[in-house]
Ligand binder design. Sequence first.
Ligand SMILES: Nc1ncnc2c1ncn2[C@@H]1O[C@H](COP(=O)(O)OP(=O)(O)O)[C@@H](O)[C@H]1O
Ligand SMILES: [Mg+2]
Length: 269
Amino acid sequence: MSFPLEDVTQRFSQWKPFRDERAYVMGKKIGEGDFGETFEAFDKATGQRVVVKSLFPTYGDDDFQHELKALWAIKTGCVDNNVACLIDEVVQGGTRYLVMEYAPGHTLQHFVAAFPTWPQSKQNWVARQLFHAVAYVHSHGLAHGDIKPNNIMFDQQTGELTLIDFGVALLNKDCVCGDPACGCDGGMYTPEFPVTAESADVFGAALTLVEMTTGRYVGQIKSYAKRVTSPPPVPHNQALIDILWPALVAPQGLTAATLEGLIMGLQVS
Ligand SMILES: Nc1ncnc2c1ncn2[C@@H]1O[C@H](COP(=O)(O)OP(=O)(O)O)[C@@H](O)[C@H]1O
Ligand SMILES: [Mg+2]
């Protein structure tokens, strides 16, 4: 089920955190970025392993609310759509924490570094799940805003992929990156020409997957001029590269759902 965007603000304003810090046992720190810290934790009542994320005090309540609001908007159905689900929001010692489902495994960045060559069918399976997750987010009117290997979890045991980190999600996927009102900030995995936030996600996913497929550092193909003048890189998984490459050169014409559909035609395991 998806919520029309105009509904999100109203529904969100009615949502109240329903647990307090006594409901969770805090575990080890599993991440620290520019904006805040992420810990593993456990639900005392059920034993469920969760992830709690806080923002550094230098960031205001608006930034916290932003991620919460984006996660809230996509939370119905996220469990079956390769996206980490919002579970709760807690306040502990004056700090607010988001509580999310724990996605087992490691980041895709870890796997690309550890295993430069993957079986093609596994690459196709990762690609299909990533575009599925992105299409799911877009179907709610939002864009993720920061698709990159470090924001994607992969579980080698089950083969399941989970998209995480909605800290800079765009609440309007149609806004144009470069427009200050959009908030799409143009990191490593976004194109250097203006596109919608939706297309920037498609580009970021394609670039992430090209990196996985080729083991090639993305800095080398970030340049638009290099992409259009050079042939697609290393035919290690030519069928997948043939699908991904157009998304790097002209992402405006392609949706995540279209790419997911094209990848469905490839062998997976
Ligand atoms: N739902 C999750 N399940 C498992 N690990 C997670 C989850 N969310 C975050 N992490 C881990 O914490 C790290 C930082 O979280 P992230 O949400 O990307 O925050 P940041 O804004 O600091 O990049 C991730 O790279 C990942 O290793
Ligand atoms: Mg992150």
